[in-house]
Design a protein around this ligand. Structure first.
Ligand code: BGP
Length: 465
């Protein structure tokens, strides 16, 4: 039987400024722009963010395509490095203001609800080099200044805002596991970055609620990548290991976002290991008072966790949360062979129940879910359309579990896939394609895939078969 979704359900997709716009006319550089300029080899195929999917130049055509495949909502981000010319004073870049104004108007004209995000991994290089980026509370203040500018400029037209996308990723990537510049391993710094970004989010929310120019019914949230930690067994040690993993990777941002405080387990461990962040009473009060209106959840894959068995070499890696647990290579797990990520759709149900039972049943939506595929060209039919049935199946399965949770009372109002049009991804560049619409890089010709026609039908009927 077909599964019907709630009225006014969001059928949409997500992208970000740095991954779609290209660097055209951008005055400032973020850490990825800089890294690419200094080390092209770090990027898959030597492809950087220069052109991305050319949204800066083709946003009208792209938004028309979003509309054509039935998307009723979409998330992207403002680039701090495009909107702001002088980070210290908050002086704006006039072309940046013009560009985002036109983009927002174009979404409005096409009747697509826009979710505007403020930070998607894209720290300005100037602030990274000068102050250590999120290590610094001064940078928190500069972010709040930028956020306020964005609210003042666009708050009358954009109803839904988010402060951060996946704030745990810079913590891991820049300071623990070395996959984003500056590729440091320093857990003390990592934990300060975690705290400072939670603070920056709360302060931006505080600012948002003070801004008079906003739409009266404006709402602000945060987007978190939740990766439930499933223990290998019911053994006490494995369960404890999974709990610690959750404290670090999930609850570290979920708890402050919903309850305005950090998980006790996390604080306990950090205190014991001498890695607790520096905070003040005044900051903690701001975090306590400025929780979110709604939550976005990005979900790709779970974590499989077991108690640590092999020795952890602190002298080699420094102290990492991995001291307490390790990944468990579960036999028989389903894999997306093209991306190397596990496929486990049931986790969506578990996430939904966790929010319903333990996080005030706050209203939330899936803000990213998707299947990255390398070498998708080979699935092209004679008409040049990529027949991505694997992706349709992937969405359908995840939606089935989401539907079950909604039936049981989960307050979920939408489903956004990653991503509308194949886009550039950090160091993976164009390796893994996720879009409903493919892009031919040399020509920038964009073609709707089979999944694009599928989502159109889903959105029109508000149901999946
Ligand atoms: C999420 C990010 C996106 C996007 C996506 C796909 O974590 O929010 O920005 O990159 O992952 O990841 P990848 O391109 O590495 O397969």
């Amino acid at each position: 039987a077909n599964l019907k979704f709630p009225d006014n359900f969001w059928w949409g997709s997500a992208t970000s400024g740095p991954q779609s716009e290209g660097r055209f006319n951008k005055k400032n550089r973020n850490i990825f722009d800089y890294w690419f300029d200094t080390d092209k080899k770090a990027f898959f195929g030597g492809v950087g963010p220069d052109v991305a999917s050319n949204f800066y130049n083709s946003f009208r055509e792209d938004i028309k395509l979003y509309k054509e495949i039935g998307l009723n909502s979409l998330r992207t981000s403002i680039q701090w490095t495009r909107l702001i010319k002088n980070f210290e004073t908050g002086e704006v870049d006039e072309d940046g203001v013009r560009f985002y104004t036109e983009v927002i108007e174009e979404f409005e004209k096409n009747g697509i609800t826009l979710v505007m995000n403020l930070f998607h991994f894209d720290m300005p290089i100037e602030l990274q080099e000068k102050y250590g980026g999120w290590e610094s509370k001064h940078v928190v203040e500069l972010f709040v200044k930028y956020a306020r500018k964005a609210f003042e400029l666009f708050g009358d037209k954009v109803k839904y805002w988010t402060t951060f996308n996946e704030p745990i990723v810079p913590v891991e990537a820049q300071y623990m596991y070395q996959f984003h510049y500056p590729l440091i391993v320093d857990v003390k710094k990592a934990m300060q970055v975690l705290y400072n970004t939670a603070l920056a989010s709360a302060k931006a929310i505080e600012e948002f609620r003070k801004t008079e120019l906003l739409k009266k019914d404006g709402e602000i949230g945060i987007i978190l990548n939740l990766t439930p930690s499933y223990p290998r067994s019911e053994n006490e040690e494995d369960i404890k290991a999974a709990k610690i993993s959750d404290a670090f990777f999930n609850n570290s941002f979920l708890d402050p976002a919903i309850y305005g405080k950090f998980p006790e387990l996390l604080i306990e461990i950090l205190e014991k290991d001498g890695a607790l962040w520096e905070s003040t009473e005044e900051e903690l009060k701001i975090i306590a008072e400025n929780t979110v209106d709604f939550l976005g959840v990005n979900y790709y894959q779970p974590r499989r966790i077991k108690a640590r068995e092999t020795e952890f070499d602190i002298s080699k890696n420094g102290w990492l949360p991995d001291k307490y647990f390790e990944n468990y290579d579960m036999p028989g797990k389903r894999m997306n062979i093209y991306r190397g990520w596990e496929i486990y759709p049931q986790a969506i149900y578990d996430i939904a129940k966790n929010i319903q039972d333990n996080y005030k049943n706050i209203k939330w939506f899936i803000s990213e879910n998707g299947m990255g595929v390398e070498g998708e060209e080979k699935f092209k039919n004679e008409e040049g359309i990529i027949e991505d049935d694997y992706r349709i199946d992937f969405f359908r399965e995840h939606l089935t579990h989401l539907h079950r949770a909604i039936e049981e009372g989960s307050n979920c109002f939408g489903y956004h896939t990653w991503t509308p049009i194949d886009c550039w991804s950090w160091t993976n560049a164009y390796k893994n394609r996720y879009g409903f619409i493919s892009v031919d890089l040399p020509t920038q010709i964009k073609t709707i895939k089979k999944s694009g026609y599928w989502i159109k039908k889903v959105s029109e009927t508000n149901e999946i078969d």
